[in-house]
Design a binder for this molecule. Structure first.
Ligand SMILES: O=C(O)CCC(=O)C(=O)O
Ligand SMILES: [Fe+2]
Length: 341
């Protein structure tokens, strides 16, 4: 059994302060004040009580991250014991869940001699540079999955938040959708595609993922700030329901300064996926009406990130972590050092 790790930076870095659209690092209150007080002031955080509120939120997020392994395991166990699924069929991937066009695309990827050029001819839509749009699931499957997510959302089951920037949605591993649905989807269907599309970003070697559903509605989260994903390759499927607005926009890779970047707006069509490099900067425009659900799979290649953690831009400092952790791996007994040299 492969042993996955997290990078130590998870417990200190990239903490998002929503009100000021700022990612920060928190090691101590002194460090935080020294590093961010002036930036926060220039963004309108001018009073002592305002700064105090920010500090409280940042410290709460650090605590949440420190306890996440235990709390997530507890939620998962409770959900397994008490939650009654509405649609059992969405928990196990079957070919009948997948759009015929998608099956054709994947069939091509498995053929001897398959190459990027041949695949691009089948994909037809490059929505932005190296961002591809294609169908993945059938309409019926998307409907059932949204119904299942909403049924879970309305249940008494305990819920974690999908990531640092989204407040509404569902963690698919906690709900039990990872083993039967997302794992096989990544291994048998998405990896062959990403191997041809993104060999330069670890696309051939995707060996773990973090999957979640995000939800946007007018009185909940309406948009998502410009960011990159903690992933080598991302799949983002628009599941429905009915909404206006909510298009995505893409800029450049995270290494390119914002002042040199031009963003392209990309329509996200229901039942279709967008696949892109995780470190390609992007965001979601406000939903203007209705409710928008997306399935997001951040796919990771340990052999790529073992050299460089994309979140702290340094060689990862490994800490054992449950499940897929942060997608890093260590040789048994080598935690604390990088497995690949
Ligand atoms: O709302 C979306 O479609 C974008 C989601 C996203 O980029 C993310 O969760 O990483
Ligand atoms: Fe993203």
């Amino acid at each position: 059994m492969q042993k996955f790790c997290a990078c130590e930076c998870y417990y200190t870095d990239n903490i998002f302060i929503e009100e000021y659209k700022l990612h920060v690092r928190f090691v101590s209150e002194d460090q935080f004040r020294k590093d961010y007080q002036h930036i926060l002031r220039s963004q309108g955080c001018t009073t002592g009580p305002q700064l105090h509120t920010v500090l409280e939120k940042v410290q709460a997020e650090v605590e949440r991250r420190k306890n996440i392994a235990v709390q997530s395991a507890e939620r998962r166990a409770t959900i397994k014991e008490t939650y009654k699924p509405l649609h059992e069929n969405v928990y196990r991937l079957q070919e009948s869940h997948l759009a015929p066009e998608f099956l054709e695309i994947v069939k091509y990827c498995h053929m001897d001699g398959a190459n990027e050029k041949g695949l691009l001819a089948l994909l037809t839509t490059e929505a932005a540079p190296r961002v591809y749009r294609f169908p993945v699931f059938t309409k019926d499957f998307c409907r059932d999955l949204v119904e299942e997510l909403e049924h879970f959302e309305q249940s008494d089951a305990p819920k974690g938040r999908p990531n640092t920037m989204n407040n509404y949605g569902v963690l698919l591993d906690e709900l039990g959708l990872d083993e039967g649905l997302v794992g096989p989807l990544r291994e048998e269907y998405l990896r062959p595609l990403s191997a041809l599309l993104y060999p330069d970003c670890g696309g051939r070697w995707l060996d773990s993922h973090k999957a979640f559903a995000v939800k946007y509605a007018v009185h909940e989260d309406v948009e998502l700030s410009y960011h990159y994903d903690n992933a080598e390759v991302t799949l983002n499927v628009s599941l429905g329901k009915d909404f206006t607005g909510g298009n995505l926009y893409f800029g450049d890779m995270r290494q390119v300064p914002l002042c040199e970047t031009e963003c392209v707006e990309v329509e996200h069509q229901v039942t279709r996926a967008l696949m892109h490099r995780g470190q390609h900067m992007h965001g979601a425009l406000p939903v203007l009406a209705g409710c928008r659900w997306n399935l997001v799979v951040w796919m990771r290649a340990s052999c790529q990130r073992n050299h460089l953690c994309p979140m702290c831009d340094a060689r990862p400092r490994l800490r054992p972590a449950p499940g897929h952790g942060g997608g890093f791996t260590a040789e048994p007994g080598q935690e604390g050092t990088c497995a690949l040299t």
